[in-house]
Design a protein around this ligand. Structure first.
Ligand SMILES: Nc1ncnc2c1ncn2[C@@H]1O[C@H](COP(=O)(O)OP(=O)(O)OP(=O)(O)O)[C@@H](O)[C@H]1O
Ligand SMILES: [Mg+2]
Length: 394
């Protein structure tokens, strides 16, 4: 906390920080380094495309190898997502102090001139989006046992952020590309770039919505209402993806099958959840457990936030400590309900394609500034109407 008071005292002069000042601000953080731009430039061979691991909404990620042989993932924040030094360092202070087996470790940063660069632990097996959901481009076989461990690991990481870190942290962008896998396929949640601290017992309403369509809880998409429950909704969608081996939205499928959550709900109602379990497992699966995981996914995505279980409860449900067999599951908040459909009252066509939202204009139902792409959804700038879902949540 001493770091924070230092930060805020210095806010006025934030644009002209000396390197020693930055070091001082971050000196309370254990196992953390402030890198020079030159060091990172050398480690990535001049930020060469050969070393580029991927590109997200906030910038590019490179593999870097340092002189001592250590390897890191180096995230260069783009001009758009660049924060002022104070905001950047405040966030760093929060993130760098968080350590858990299922969270990617932030090892250091670089704040030189206009550069804002994060240095993370390198994860050998890429993200779930590129491997499990990558459309067969990966050679990794995800056994049921591996998937089960991934689901439980992610749940434990998120439970830690939600319930053990004080004040608690809402991730805001839980999705398959933010779940990275180490060489044993153990999962680590990445990207705390959107994570913000909120005071305990307070609901935070943000005007900035960042997250990928399909993972967004209705109340988050509509009103920018960020709570732990909106993360839990996203986790529920992720759970369905891991068990079924497909992305939450796939526009190449027949209309009825495009939205995974809708499909899961329909299958659940008909008592056919088994049909949703990834066929590529070829029957080599604990079907009772897989269906239980799907039901937990549905419990997490229930329309009313208060019905969704907390993450520590989810962990217990996944491990079997809490029996869910008699639990009644309410209908999920379905994203597809307000996409690609006719407004029954006005007869007007509703707007369709979307993916990552950046700005929500105060509950009016109008979104702008979409950015980034994910999975197999095409990026587009879209203005959307959210009438049906907006009405339901009011
Ligand atoms: N620590 C890491 N170790 C290994 N690869 C990483 C690491 N961090 C990121 N990557 C790779 O870089 C890619 C881009 O990551 P990035 O977080 O910038 O984008 P994203 O997760 O796809 O989207 P978003 O910006 O919305 O989070 C990831 O999909 C992953 O393949
Ligand atoms: Mg990411």
């Amino acid at each position: 906390m001493t770091c924070f008071s230092f930060l805020f005292r210095k806010r006025e002069s934030s644009s002209a920080r000396q390197p020693s000042e930055i070091d001082q601000v971050l000196s309370g953080v254990q196992n953390f380094r402030v890198y020079t731009y030159r060091e990172l430039f050398t480690a990535t061979q001049g930020f060469s495309v050969v070393n580029k691991l991927g590109q997200g909404g906030f910038g590019s990620v490179y593999k870097g190898v340092f002189k001592d042989g250590s390897v890191a993932a180096i995230k260069v924040l783009s001009a758009d997502s660049r924060q002022g030094i104070d905001e950047f360092l405040t966030e760093i202070n929060v993130i760098a102090n968080i350590e858990h087996d299922n969270l990617v470790k932030l090892h250091g940063c670089c704040v030189e001139g206009s550069h804002r660069i994060l240095v993370y632990g390198y994860l050998e097996n890429n993200s779930l989006a590129q491997t499990l959901l990558g459309g067969g481009h990966s050679s990794i076989q995800f056994s049921w046992n591996a998937r089960s461990k991934i689901c439980i690991g992610v749940a434990q990481g998120l439970a830690f952020l939600h319930e053990d870190v004080q004040p608690h942290i809402i991730h805001r962008d839980i999705k398959a590309s933010n779940i990275l896998l180490d060489k044993e396929l153990l999962p680590k949640i990445s990207d705390f770039g959107l994570a913000k601290l909120i005071p305990p017992n307070q609901t935070h309403i943000s005007t900035r919505v960042a997250g990928t369509a399909g993972y967004l809880a209705p109340e988050y998409a509509i009103r920018g209402q960020v709570t732990r429950k909106s993360d839990i909704y996203s986790f529920g969608v992720l759970l369905l993806e891991i068990v079924s081996g497909r992305s939450n939205t796939n526009r190449r499928l027949p209309a009825k099958e495009q939205y995974l959550l809708e499909r899961a709900w329909n299958k659940h109602e008909r008592g056919e959840l088994e049909e949703l379990v990834d066929a590529s497992l070829d029957g080599d699966v604990n079907m009772e457990e897989a269906c239980r995981f799907l039901k937990i996914g549905l419990l997490c995505t229930q329309d009313m936030p208060k019905l969704r279980p907390t993450m520590s409860t989810v962990v217990k449900m996944l491990t079997g400590e809490i029996d869910i067999s008699d639990m009644v599951i309410a209908k999920p908040g379905l994203f597809s309900e307000f996409m690609d459909m006719k407004d029954s009252r006005s007869g007007k066509e509703k707007v369709n394609t979307i993916d990552t939202f950046e700005t929500l204009s105060g509950g009016s139902g109008k979104l702008a500034n979409s950015s980034s792409s994910s999975g197999n959804i095409t990026t587009s700038f879209a203005t959307m109407t959210f009438n049906s879902i907006y009405e339901r949540s009011n």
